[in-house]
Design a protein around this ligand. Structure first.
Ligand SMILES: Cc1cc2nc3c(=O)[nH]c(=O)nc-3n(C[C@H](O)[C@H](O)[C@H](O)COP(=O)(O)OP(=O)(O)OC[C@H]3O[C@@H](n4cnc5c(N)ncnc54)[C@H](O)[C@@H]3O)c2cc1C
Length: 279
């Protein structure tokens, strides 16, 4: 049975932040609710108050600017991002990952920010946003701070977010805008499913960036490498940095094996795309 909780729908950011300041850990903010309400139903989360952010206009903003980059507000759904023309034009890796996240119906509710705040090792947006040097903007009644995604997620379902803070948006800087990108995800079934292991990769001019999810407590970003690096070297670097585990969905050996397979596939695909573009 569900525990009793109060539902709040603030109309402004100020109202939401004042409420969170007053209630602190008794209150939990949410957007799509596709993670939070599953956890409440399972008894894993027991907030006394839930704060629905969806009516707050500035959190719905999705914009592109050639100086700031892509700004993804807290209430932007995965489908909003997929349908935004600048996503595939400048950040195809975000499009590829969004396409792999659950079903069309779920993507109409699920937000990109919710995916990152959940901080599940198998979340589909962790590794692609790492390759793009994504930044997280946190706000509270006391002010705003901006942190790299790499510092935001600290462990399995753990982040640096404080009880009176919310994430207002994610910023994807222009640094890697226009990079070719791809995302490979292993699932137990052909349809929609959580990732057993996944790899995101971008290639910009002569640099490749690669990140791996579901193979360590947090998504792992490999150091930048020249695009001419042999596949085997990239695979070796990934194996040095990941620490896959055995669980009900997969063995650690198979996870490690598939990381190598995905790196090989993505490097071949991104190299092919570059040759096509220069032909
Ligand atoms: C059937 C099903 C299939 C799924 N398949 C996938 C999949 O294939 N890949 C995948 O990655 N995920 C999947 N998920 C998980 C989930 O849908 C995603 O993680 C989704 O992106 C979460 O977004 P949301 O807006 O629904 O999050 P919510 O449930 O609203 O929030 C998630 C967490 O973040 C917090 N939160 C949300 N927004 C903010 C904010 N602005 N500030 C502070 N805290 C906030 C909430 O308190 C909660 O703890 C699936 C879930 C279901 C139910």
């Amino acid at each position: 049975m569900l525990h009793e909780f109060a539902y709040h729908r603030p109309a402004s950011l100020e109202e939401a932040l004042d409420f969170l300041k007053e209630k602190r850990s008794e209150a939990t903010a949410f957007a799509g609710g596709t993670d939070l309400f599953v956890n409440i139903r399972a008894g894993l989360a027991r907030p006394a108050h839930v704060v629905d952010l969806k009516s707050i206009r500035e959190l719905q903003e999705l914009s592109w600017d050639d100086k700031e980059g892509l700004s993804i507000g807290a209430c932007v759904t995965v489908n909003d991002l997929l349908e935004f023309p600048e996503t595939s034009r400048y950040y195809p890796v975000l499009h590829a990952a969004g396409d792999e996240l659950a079903t069309y119906q779920l993507r109409n509710r699920a937000t990109v920010v919710g995916n990152i705040v959940t901080a599940s090792p198998c979340g589909d947006y962790g590794s692609p946003l790492l390759t793009l040097s994504g930044e997280v903007v946190l706000v509270s009644a006391a002010g705003e701070r901006r942190v790299p995604l790499q510092e935001f997620i600290t462990g399995v379902k753990k982040t640096i977010i404080k009880p009176d803070e919310i994430v207002s948006r994610i910023i994807v800087p222009v640094t890697w805008a226009g990079a070719a990108g791809g995302y490979e995800k292993l699932k137990r079934i052909k349809g929609h499913d959580l990732g057993v292991v996944s790899v995101a990769m971008i290639r910009h001019n002569d640099t490749i960036r690669c990140a791996v999810s579901s193979a360590a407590p947090t998504p792992v970003l490999l150091p930048d490498m020249p695009a001419s690096t042999p596949v085997k070297k990239v695979q070796e670097k990934a194996q040095e940095m990941i620490s896959p585990i055995d669980d009900v969905r997969c063995t650690r050996e198979y996870r490690a094996f598939m990381v190598n397979v995905f790196i090989g596939r993505l490097m071949a695909r991104l190299d092919g795309a570059r040759q096509e573009a220069s032909a």
